[in-house]
Design a protein around this ligand. Structure first.
Ligand code: HEM
Ligand SMILES: [Cu+2]
Length: 572
C-alpha cells in the first residue's frame, strides 16, 4: 500500500461539472455554485424575518414611539424571534455559503459530497423553520439564549439540535473539500489567505458547536423531565456556543475584508505570514473570552473569571489589531501604486467609495473597530462588566460588532456574489451605492445611542418600557437617557431602511436581474493586477495616522468607562 504522502501525490483528480469564470479565471464547480446560491438566498429570507422583528423591537425601545410598550408578551416573542433569525439563521446560512465559496471555488476544486451538503442544508432549514414555528406560535418566549431554569418545550431545543448538526456537517464538508483539493493537486503550497481565514472560522465553529451539544442535548432531556438542569452549567456551556459563534463571525468578517480589499482595489496584505499568525491567535485564545459573559455570576471563582477574561484573551485582541492595521495598509499601498500619492490621505479620498463592495467593507471595518472592538475590551473588564451588565450597553456593543461589522461585510460581499456566482446584473445599482451608508450610519447611531443609554444611565435591556408601565412603583430616568434612546431610534429607522434596501436589491436581482452571459465582462470592477511589494516604497503614512487616531480613541473609551466605575461608590 502506498504511504499517505505518496497517495496524496498520485491521487487522480475526479472530474466535475464546471465553468470557467471570465473575471477571475477560477474554475467554478456548478454543484457548489447552486449550494452557495441556495444557502445565501435562505440567509436573506431569514434576514428579512429578523428585520421585520427589528422594526417592532427597535420602535418599542424608542420611548417616543413605544410600539409594543403596552404589550410585553408580544415584545418578548418578537425579541426572541429577532435574536434567533438574525444571530443564528441569517448569519450561519450566509457563512455556510461562504465556506463552500472559500473552499471549492477559491481553490478551483470540487465540493466533495454535494449530496451531503444538501442534507446539511435540509437539517439547518428544518431546525430554523421549527424554531420559528415554536417561537411565533407563542410557546417559547424565552429569548434566543433561553436561560435555565426558564423552560421551553422540547421542540425548541430540538430545533437548535437539528440546526447545529446541519451546521456541523457543513463544516466537515468544508474541511473534506480542502483535503481532497490538496490530494487532487488543485492548488500548490498553502491555501490562499481567504481560505485560511475561513478555515479559522470553521475550526472555531466546530468548538462552538460542541458548546451547543453540551447545552441543548441536556436541555432537551430536561424538557422531557429526564434529567436535572443546573443553571450555572447551562450558562457556562451556552456561552461557549454564544461567544464562540461570535468569533466565527469575526473570522468570517475579517476574511471578507481581505477578499473585498483585493477585489475592489487589488490590495494584498503586506506581510501575509503576519496576517495568518493573527488568525492563529484567534484559534488559540479567543474561546477563553467566553467567560466574560459570566463575570457577574455567582458560583465561579474569581481567579477562573479573571484568568480567562484577561491575559490570554488579549492576545486575540492583538490578532484583531494586526488585521486592522494590515488591511488599510494594504489598501493604501495598492492605491499609492495607482498614483494616489499626494499627502497622507489622497489614497483614501480617491478610493472607490461608490462601489458598495468597497464602501460596505470599509464602513464595516470602521464600525467594528471603533465602536465594537473598543467597547468589547472595555465592557469585558470585570468591574466594568458588573456596571453595564443587563443594560442596553451590551446590545449596543454587539450591534456594532455583529451588525455594523459582520452583517455589513456580508452585505458588501453580496454585491460581488450576485454578478460572479449568481451571474445576474445587480438591479438598482444607484440604490446599492447608498445602501451601505444608510445601513452603516444607522447601525452606528443605534449602537452609540444604546451604549450611551446603558452605560451612562443604566437603561436596562430586555424590557418593553423603561417607565415600567403599569407597575406599582414608577421608574424615572433623566432626560439624557431619553435623548440617547432618540439617537438609537433614529439610527434604527435608518438601519431598517438600509436593510430593506439590501433585501429588496438582492431579491429583485435574483428574480429579475439581467443574466450575465459567461463571455461578458463583469459589471463590477475587479482589480486585476495587485501591486508588488515595490509599491511599498511610499510607506503607509496614512494608515499610521489612522491607527494612532484609533489607539487614542481606544484609550478614551476605556478611560470613560473607568470614570463611570469611579462614580459608582464614591470614596470621600
Ligand atoms: C435594522 C437593524 C436592527 C435593529 C434596528 C436592531 C435593534 C435591536 C434592538 C432595539 C434590540 C433590543 C434590545 C433590548 O430590548 O434589549 C435588539 C436586540 C438584538 N439584536 Fe438587533 N437590531 C438590528 C439588526 C440585528 C442584526 C443584523 C443582528 C444579528 C446579526 C441582531 C442581533 C440582535 C440580538 C442577538 C439581540 C438580543 C436579543 C436578546 O436580548 O435576546 N440585530 N436589536
Ligand atoms: Cu463574548
Amino acid at each position: 500500500m502506498a504511504s499517505g504522502a505518496a497517495a496524496v501525490a498520485i491521487r487522480r483528480p475526479v472530474e466535475f461539472e464546471s465553468r470557467i469564470c471570465q473575471v477571475t479565471g477560477l474554475r467554478v464547480d456548478l454543484a457548489a455554485e447552486r449550494l452557495i446560491t441556495v444557502n445565501a438566498v435562505t440567509a436573506v429570507v431569514f434576514l428579512l424575518i429578523g428585520g421585520i422583528m427589528a422594526l417592532f423591537v427597535g420602535l418599542t425601545r424608542w420611548p417616543a414611539v413605544g410600539l409594543l410598550s403596552g404589550n410585553p408578551e408580544l415584545y418578548y416573542r418578537f425579541l426572541t424571534a429577532h435574536g434567533m433569525n438574525m444571530l443564528i439563521y441569517w448569519i450561519i446560512f450566509f457563512e455556510v455559503a461562504g465556506l463552500y465559496f472559500g473552499s471549492a471555488i477559491v481553490l478551483n476544486a470540487r465540493l466533495v459530497t454535494p449530496k451531503l451538503a444538501w442534507v446539511a442544508y435540509a437539517l439547518m432549514l428544518a431546525g430554523a423553520v421549527l424554531g420559528d414555528v415554536v417561537v411565533f406560535s407563542g410557546r417559547a418566549d424565552v429569548m434566543w439564549d433561553a436561560y435555565a431554569p426558564m423552560q421551553a418545550p422540547p421542540s425548541f431545543y430540538l430545533s437548535y439540535d437539528l440546526f447545529a448538526v446541519g451546521a456541523f456537517l457543513a463544516c466537515c464538508i468544508f474541511f473534506a473539500t480542502l483535503v481532497v483539493a490538496k490530494a487532487e493537486g488543485r492548488y500548490r503550497g498553502s491555501v490562499p489567505l481567504v481560505t485560511f481565514g475561513l478555515a479559522t472560522a470553521a475550526i472555531l465553529a466546530v468548538s462552538s458547536l460542541l458548546g451547543g451539544v453540551f447545552t441543548f442535548v441536556p436541555a432537551l432531556l430536561w424538557s422531557f423531565g429526564l434529567m436535572h438542569e443546573d443553571p450555572e452549567t447551562y450558562r457556562l456551556t451556552i456561552w461557549l456556543l454564544g461567544h464562540g459563534t461570535q468569533q466565527v463571525n469575526l473570522a468570517a468578517m475579517v476574511s471578507v475584508w481581505y477578499l473585498l480589499a483585493y477585489m475592489t482595489v487589488g490590495a494584498k496584505p503586506l506581510n501575509e505570514k503576519l496576517s495568518r499568525f493573527a488568525f492563529l491567535l484567534y484559534i488559540l485564545t479567543i474561546q477563553l473570552g467566553s467567560v466574560h459573559h459570566l463575570l457577574v455570576d455567582p458560583g465561579l471563582s474569581r481567579s477562573f473569571k479573571y484568568w480567562n477574561t484577561s491575559y490570554a484573551m488579549y492576545s486575540a485582541v492583538l490578532g484583531s489589531m494586526i488585521h486592522a492595521f494590515s488591511i488599510p495598509a494594504a489598501v493604501e499601498v495598492a492605491q499609492r501604486a495607482k498614483g494616489y500619492t499626494r499627502g497622507w490621505f489622497e489614497w483614501l479620498r480617491k478610493a472607490p467609495w461608490k462601489e458598495p463592495g468597497f464602501s460596505g467593507s470599509a464602513l464595516s471595518l470602521l464600525i467594528f473597530g471603533f465602536l465594537g472592538g473598543t467597547t468589547g475590551v472595555a465592557f469585558g473588564h470585570g468591574p466594568v462588566s458588573i456596571l453595564h451588565h443587563n443594560t442596553l450597553a451590551i446590545p449596543g456593543h454587539f450591534h456594532a460588532t455583529v451588525v455594523g461589522g459582520t452583517t455589513l461585510a456580508f452585505m458588501a460581499l453580496t454585491y460581488y456574489l450576485l454578478p460572479l456566482v449568481v451571474r445576474r446584473k445587480v438591479v438598482g445599482w444607484r440604490l446599492a451605492i447608498i445602501q451601505p451608508y444608510l445601513y452603516g450610519v444607522g447601525v452606528a447611531l443605534l449602537g452609540i445611542g444604546m451604549m450611551n443609554a446603558g452605560a451612562a444611565y443604566g437603561v436596562p435591556r430586555r424590557v418593553a418600557s423603561i417607565a415600567y408601565q403599569g407597575s406599582p412603583v414608577a421608574v424615572h430616568f433623566p432626560t439624557g437617557a431619553y435623548l440617547a434612546l432618540d439617537i438609537a431610534g433614529v439610527g434604527a429607522v435608518l438601519a431598517l431602511v438600509g436593510g430593506a434596501l439590501y433585501v429588496g436589491i438582492a431579491v429583485a436581482t435574483l428574480l429579475w436581474g439581467e443574466r450575465i452571459p459567461a463571455s461578458q465582462q463583469p459589471l463590477v470592477p475587479v482589480a486585476s493586477s495587485p501591486p508588488g511589494l515595490a509599491a511599498l516604497g511610499h510607506g503607509v503614512p496614512g494608515t499610521v495616522v489612522l491607527v494612532n487616531v484609533f489607539l487614542l480613541f481606544f484609550f478614551v473609551v476605556v478611560a470613560v468607562n473607568m470614570f463611570f466605575l469611579g462614580h459608582v461608590w464614591p470614596v470621600h
